[in-house]
Structure formats: C-alpha cells, structure tokens
Write a protein that binds this ligand. Structure first.
Ligand code: HEM
Length: 415
C-alpha cells in the first residue's frame, strides 16, 4: 500500500487513513512509497515503544528518504553523539538518567522550577496580543509556537535575541528529517542543521568558560557531569541542548495549536475553558489523544518481529502510527468522537510509552493549560477568522498547523 503522507487525504484528514488501516484485515502494512512498515493498532504500537530490545531508536532522527550525495556530505560533518531520543541502551539509560536529574520532569518539579517562567511568558504574550489593534492575528507565530520556544530558551539559558534563528533551525530540522525536500533544499537544510549544532556547541563552550555557575539547563548539566565523561561528555550536553531546543517547542506548539483550533471551533468551548479551568487538563488529554502533535514516530527493528502473523525482518524501519493507535476501537470506545469526559483518555500514546516516554510531558501540559486558560480569560471574544480551515505542513511525524488565523476585538482586557 501507499501512505502518501505529503499529499491528499493523509495530509488534510489523517483520521480517514487511520480508520482504513485499523479496519483492514492485516495488522501491519508495508508502505512502499516510503519503504516503511506501518504499525497502527494500539496494543502493537505500545508494545513496540516498550520493547527497546526489538525496536531500536538508532534511526529515529535519520531522514525518511534517501538524501542526495551533496546533502549527505554536509550531514557527515555532524558529530552529534546520540542522547535520549536517538540512543539505545546502555547509552540511553545513562543519558536519560542524567537528563532526569537535570531537567524537571514531574508535575510538582515542573510547577516549582519552570512554573514562574511559564506564567511570565504567557502573561507577556497574552498582553502583547491584547494590545494589538482589532483584526486578524495569526496565533501560530505569535502564540502557539512562540510561547514554548520562549519557555525552552529561558530554561536552557539561551539569549532571547537568538529566538528567530532557533525557530528557523528547528523548522528546517523537522523538514529535513520527516519532510520531502528536493535535493537543493536538502543541502540548504543540512547546512542549517550543521550551523545549529555549532551554535549548541558554542553555547556549551561559553557556559564552561563562565564556570557553569548559573541556573540554566546547560550550566546545571555541566555541574552534574563534574568533569566526568562517564556521567556525560560535554558533546552530550551540547547534544541534549540541540534536541531540547526542537523537542521542547515544536511539539508543545502542536498541542497548543490543536487545543486552540478545537476550542475556538466548538460552540461554547472557549467560554467553558475560561469559566472552568479545572476541566482543562482533561480537555488537553483528549486533544492529545484525538490529534497528537506527533502522530507517527520511527523505530528500526534489531531482529525479526512477528505482529499478527506478519514477520517484519530485522533492520526494517517502522512508523509507529500514534494517531491511529489513539483511535483504535479496541482501546477507546467511540474513538472518532472528541470527548473530554471519556475515562480512558490517559491511555493515549501521544507522549510515547516505556523507556523513551517523553521527558517534557509535564512541562507541555503546564504550558498548554496556562496558555489556554489565560488567553480565554483575557479574550473571550476571540474567534477563528471566517473561512478558517486547518491546514498542516507536509510531514511524516509532526502535525503542525500552517496558520491559525483568529479575529480579535479592538480592545481586550489584560490578564
Ligand atoms: C505536546 C508536547 C509533546 C509531545 C507530543 C511529545 C512527544 C514525545 C514522544 C512521542 C516521545 C517519545 C519518543 C520515543 O519514544 O522515541 C518524546 C520523547 C521526548 N521528549 Fe517529548 N513531546 C512533547 C513535549 C516535550 C517537551 C516540552 C520537551 C522538553 C522540553 C520534550 C522532550 C523530549 C525528550 C528529551 C524525549 C526523549 C526521551 C527519551 O528518549 O528518553 N518533549 N516526546
């Protein structure tokens, strides 16, 4: 079969394709347009995430197509050591352990360590939008993408003036790995990736030279390693910064965009968010289930794996279709209905599962909750612009809105 992720139905309405896959007789499918095995049932996707022995992460961040030789030559100069998302055991156990020590990843720690940053940045952006004259505003660049980016640069101790280039580098990295750029574009994107990596290396070198005394992520990581490469090398610290700057913002931007899009489309939902902020965590979990910010994620088999009578050979790249798994009727009753009151909503796989479970899930949840509630409180009259239609960037993993145009009244109250 063919998935055709960059055109047609999968791009505009992936739920239709997920339903077809889930209702097909075979449990797994080979997409010959991509050379990838598709795993779509909830139980199989969960097991694949859980089983790092059979499903390696080594190629999780490797492009999904054959790169042209010129782009490959640029990429060959990227000496980024694998940490967390692209690492397998034993490296993964070590780097994830270090990351958990340095980066807050439970709800209480996140509220304590990053809560003040999140509240300050949300207030700043909401006030900026409120102060604008009435008319059309694109919430993607001005809110959904910018907020998580500002939060992650604050956490990492990156100067705010560098936000525009980090935003472009992150977009380019996502397009290079999971998009379909033509060869000349591949070279440009690969060069951007190399510049981004050098930037992260320079950031670590700067913090090292300053004595790593600050409270930012990089200084904390340097203090944690205490000069011991068996804990973490300085290149691994740079690699973590390189990954967090992308993982920490494009994903949460997707969650916010999906959450805003639905809240502003569904009659009464926007007012309800402002009136009942306690309901927002459940609402966001259903947003995550129904339209995950990452709806497909890669693994490569280390050994032959049999699923539903089909054997996937060793060395095969597999796309774990998180979006499909989240709509599997075997896991969720009436799965194609958006229903924040459902009890099983936390069984979704939008943050992965098992050893690589998202380290930023608690941060993403906090950011999205505070952002939605504050914006709804400050601008109850915000509406989607007439004729708005959700359109996504062509990408195999990240389901990112191109725009989110809203109309705002002339003056809005401040938070
Ligand atoms: C809605 C927002 C987010 C979504 C949907 C999301 C999704 C995911 C998924 C699916 C994985 C599993 C990857 C795998 O199994 O290979 C993952 C891992 C990861 N995420 Fe997130 N993420 C989000 C937010 C964040 C944030 C805010 C951060 C950090 C600031 C972050 C950092 C990471 C890291 C470092 C990993 C790798 C963990 C490991 O391999 O051990 N993510 N995320």
């Amino acid at each position: 079969m063919q998935l055709r992720p960059f055109t047609g139905t999968y791009l505009t309405d992936p739920g239709v394709v997920w339903r077809e896959l889930l209702h097909a007789p075979a449990d797994v499918h080979f997409a010959d347009d991509l050379g990838l095995w598709l795993i779509s049932r909830h139980e199989h996707v969960r097991r694949a995430f859980a089983n790092a022995e059979a499903f390696s992460s080594a190629l999780t961040l490797a492009p999904v197509y054959e790169m042209c030789p010129e782009a490959l030559a640029v990429v060959a100069r990227l000496d980024v050591p694998p940490t967390t998302a692209a690492a397998d055991s034993p490296v993964h156990v070590r780097t994830r352990g270090a990351l958990r020590a340095i980066f807050a990843n439970t709800a209480p720690r996140v509220a304590d360590e990053y809560g003040p940053i999140v509240h300050r940045r949300v207030a700043e952006l909401v006030a900026r939008i409120a102060d604008r004259p009435g008319g059309t505003v694109d919430l993607m660049p001005e809110f959904a993408t910018l907020l998580p980016l500002l939060v992650v640069v604050d956490i990492l101790g990156v100067p705010e003036r560098d936000v525009p280039r980090i935003r472009s580098w992150a977009d380019e990295q996502i397009a290079l790995i999971w998009g379909q750029p033509d060869p000349s574009e591949q070279v440009r994107l690969a060069q951007g990736l190399l510049d981004f990596w050098h930037y992260c290396q320079a950031l670590v070198a700067r913090r090292t030279a300053e004595g790593a005394t600050g409270d930012d992520f990089v200084s904390r990581a340097l203090r944690h390693r205490a000069g011991d490469n068996t804990v973490l090398s300085t290149a691994e610290v740079a690699s973590m910064a390189f990954n967090l700057l992308v993982a920490g913002h494009e994903t949460t931007a997707g969650l916010l965009a999906h959450g805003l899009d639905r809240a502003l489309s569904e009659p009464g939902r926007w007012a309800r968010i402002a009136a009942n902020p306690d309901e927002v965590p459940a609402y966001l979990d259903e947003v995550l289930r129904f339209g995950p910010a990452i709806d497909g994620w890669l693994r490569v088999t280390r050994l032959p794996v049999t699923i539903g009578g089909v054997t996937i050979p060793a060395g095969a790249r597999c796309l774990l279709l998180i979006g499909a798994a989240n709509r599997d009727p075997a896991a969720f009753a009436d799965p194609d209905r958006f229903n924040p009151a459902r009890t099983a909503r936390r069984g979704h796989l939008s943050f992965g599962y098992g050893p690589h479970f998202c380290i930023g899930a608690a941060l993403a949840r906090l950011e999205a909750r505070v952002a939605l509630v504050r914006l709804a409180e400050a601008m109850p009259e915000l509406r989607l612009a007439p004729g708005h239609q959700s359109r996504f960037k062509p990408n195999l993993a990240f389901r990112s809105h191109r725009t989110l145009l809203v109309t705002k009244p002339r003056s809005s109250q401040r938070t």
